[in-house]
Write a protein that binds this ligand. Structure first.
Ligand SMILES: [Fe+2]
Ligand SMILES: [Fe+2]
Length: 310
């Protein structure tokens, strides 16, 4: 069974990522609950509309974690039963992220109803690997864990960027707590990867899995979550879902949060499980390229949403 190791928020030396500081301000430990958040500190005057749209979408994606738990348990059930309790615990924390973000969004926009928006998201988004097949869609358990590490690198960086971008104190706390959890998730999946009994993958295959997972950020998950979260049910007839439109809308709200150091951290984290030197030249080039792409997307045009959204 996996043990929960003590976690140093700003030391990732053990992972070979350097002594980069991983968080700013408060240090949030694992095992927090919604009751630990200082909801009374909410300041409506500091809510940013664009950020609110992004938070609503993130809440829906996080809440969808139980489907990933079922999928990952299917991948590991017969081969790595020791990983199952950690996967279940991971899913519980992801759901809590969705509940925390959703509660904040309902405070910021009383017309937003998390449950209803989530039901609409579930009705419109269900990837095939949730419902079919036995093994990992990445071709191996090692590939699965590389992909999971890439995702947790992305979420850790994203919520760090969100925390640093907002002046609203409750969102700042919630995003800080989630960013710390996401980094611990990265550590968890990296540990599962490095204790794997499967044969090592060739470097090209590791890079292929990592890049493929990064590119899947283009699929319907984020764009449909943005649509379901920001276009009310009674407006869907006049404002239909168009993937490209809502992918652009999501990017225009989310990518603007990043600063260069968030991207550097993301690439360093993702490079390690892909078999690359986090501080090497390829990582530096990838970071520069990703920064250029995100900067471009941050300026992408937005999409129609209901005037009911705050
Ligand atoms: Fe999460
Ligand atoms: Fe996570």
């Amino acid at each position: 069974m996996w043990t929960r190791e003590p976690f140093a928020l700003w030391s990732v030396t053990a992972l070979g990522l350097g002594a980069q500081r991983m968080s700013e301000g408060a240090i949030y430990k694992a095992g927090w609950t919604l009751d630990d958040v200082d909801w009374a500190a909410f300041d409506a005057s500091k809510v940013d509309h664009d950020l609110l749209c992004a938070v609503k979408a993130a809440a829906l994606v996080e809440l969808n974690a139980p489907d990933y738990v079922v999928y990952l348990k299917r991948v590991y059930a017969d081969t790595r039963p020791d990983a199952i309790p950690a996967i279940e615990h991971w899913g519980t924390e992801e759901v809590q992220h969705g509940l925390a973000l959703g509660r904040w969004a309902e405070m910021a926009d009383p017309t937003f109803k998390l449950d209803a928006a989530f039901q609409r998201f579930r009705a419109g988004y269900r990837p095939a690997h949730f419902t079919a097949g036995d093994g990992s869609v990445r071709g191996s358990r090692r590939g699965e864990m590389i992909a999971r590490c890439v995702v947790e690198s992305g979420t850790s960086s994203y919520y760090s960027a969100m925390r640093d971008a907002t002046a609203e104190p409750v969102l700042r706390e919630v995003a800080g707590r989630i960013a710390a959890d996401e980094f611990r998730h990265y550590q968890l999946f990296y540990k599962i990867l490095t204790t794997e009994t499967e044969p090592e993958l060739p470097l090209w295959r590791k890079i292929y899995v990592a890049v493929t997972r990064v590119n899947e950020a283009e699929d319907d998950e984020l764009s449909y979550a943005y649509y379901a979260a920001n276009v009310p049910a009674d407006k869907t007839a006049e404002i239909p879902y168009v993937r490209k439109t809502y992918a652009r809308a999501y990017h225009s709200k989310a990518m603007v949060l990043y600063r260069r150091h968030h991207i550097d951290k993301l690439v360093k984290m993702a490079a390690k499980p892909a078999g690359l030197n986090p501080s090497g030249r390829i990582s530096a080039l990838a970071s520069a390229a990703l920064w250029r792409v995100l900067s471009h997307r941050a300026g992408a045009p937005t999409a129609p949403v209901s005037p009911r959204t705050a």
